[in-house]
Design a protein around this ligand. Sequence first.
Ligand SMILES: Nc1ncnc2c1ncn2[C@@H]1O[C@H](COP(=O)(O)OP(=O)(O)OP(=O)(O)O)[C@@H](O)[C@H]1O
Ligand SMILES: [Mg+2]
Length: 271
Amino acid sequence: MTATDTGGLQNTSPPNQKSVPIVSMRNIQKSFGSVHALRGASVDVYSGEIVALVGDNGAGKSTLVKVMAGVHAADSGDFEIDGKPANIRTPADATAHGIATVYQDLALCNNLDAVQNLFLGRELTGSGFFGRRIRRAECEVRAREVMTRMRLGNLSLTRPVGAMSGGQRQNIAIARSILWTPKVVILDEPTAALSHSAAQRVADLIRGLADDGLGIVIVSHDIHHFVVNATDRIEVMRLGANAASFRSKDVTGEMVVNAMVGGNEGVNLAG
Ligand SMILES: Nc1ncnc2c1ncn2[C@@H]1O[C@H](COP(=O)(O)OP(=O)(O)OP(=O)(O)O)[C@@H](O)[C@H]1O
Ligand SMILES: [Mg+2]
């Protein structure tokens, strides 16, 4: 299928959503030494919307979300939050602007329980050594609130997360990301190691977060199941730039894969 078959190119602004994206990144350039990882990549994230970033290995997906998360500073390009220019150069900048990230390795401590993992590195502490004066009761109340919001009320808060399933650990990592009420949550490959049913659970969970008004960005290679069924919009990246843009409900996995590998030059069906 080509752009002509589908009525031509259209603007990407999704209907039924605020016209100003929470995050707008335009024409982002990023090099690592001689590797030109991002060559003018762009992505918008709207409230209530789940955006998939897809593309072949090395297309620049992780680099783009790491720029959004402040892990890498862009060499150039425009970065706006709620329509205003934002200078995001560090993870702390991104956090301060309401951008949270769930990393692929989840970065959980297996010997700690869910409450401890949720508050890892930012415990509600009194004075004293790191971790010694955690206001545990307060953390537990907050953890329970978040788990209930995520409809995970029956997940143990006191079992070491190392004894939990991959899906449960993923849920705890997502819970940790929304603990400080971000506006946007980025997930890099959230379903890579999960069974079909656990991936479905992640899909339900992020839909709940989007329904609460969060913007969700998901990097995924699971095109045929997760991406086409659980997201709203699909941005295809190739060689560090945008190759195509689709509304998820309008495409098949095959169309997306074709755009990933080089057909469909500049297709935009996301309007
Ligand atoms: N820290 C880094 N230092 C040097 N090169 C990097 C670094 N991070 C990424 N790259 C390079 O940038 C390019 C884009 O990588 P990136 O990780 O963004 O791709 P990706 O789309 O996430 O791929 P994958 O699907 O394999 O995760 C690749 O050529 C990669 O080798
Ligand atoms: Mg990656």
